[in-house]
Design a protein around this ligand. Structure first.
Ligand code: CMP
Length: 140
């Protein structure tokens, strides 16, 4: 299977509870390698741009408010079949649907405060990586 890349965000509910290391360990234990990482305070403009596909959804306003409520850690992850591998270790969007042993089952507080974001396709991964990282910030 090919080594590919995906994009991850450790969300404000997780950074607030000092879970950056714990979440990253679960990603690494799942066979993903962190090849870029930075802790940032997302601006409203960035959050609205990043989540533009959800603009018409009823939860959009709350989502943007939540994602700008504290620091996040944006990461590029590399590994075999990275998008699917990351989605598997993250678990379902709603933690009450997530499998045991997944990040969201272990740490998420709600469907909104669900600890992590991960790209849903290789195409979106490339777009999302470009949104937050310059090429020279990624060291594979
Ligand atoms: P994420 O993978 O970051 O992409 C969009 C986010 O919207 C999703 O994770 C959820 O945390 C958040 N969200 C909030 N409310 C809902 C909802 N009702 N349905 C789906 N996603 C939601």
């Amino acid at each position: 299977m090919a080594v590919t890349r995906t994009f991850s965000i450790i969300k404000p509910d997780a950074t607030r509870r000092n879970l950056t290391g714990a979440v990253t360990k679960m990603l690494e234990d799942a066979g993903l390698r962190v090849i870029a990482s930075k802790r940032i305070q997302m601006t409203r403009e960035q959050a609205e741009g990043f989540y533009a596909v959800h603009k018409e959804r009823p939860f959009f306003g709350d989502l943007v408010t939540f994602m700008t409520s504290g620091p996040v850690v944006v990461q590029v992850l590399e590994g075999e079949d990275a998008v699917a591998r990351n989605r598997k270790v993250m678990g379902a969007t709603n933690p009450s649907d997530a499998e045991e042993g997944t990040i969201r089952k272990t740490y998420a507080e709600s469907i909104e405060a669900n600890s992590v974001h991960g790209s849903d396709s290789e195409e979106n991964a490339a777009t999302e990586i470009d949104f937050f990282f310059d090429k020279d910030e990624i060291v594979g």
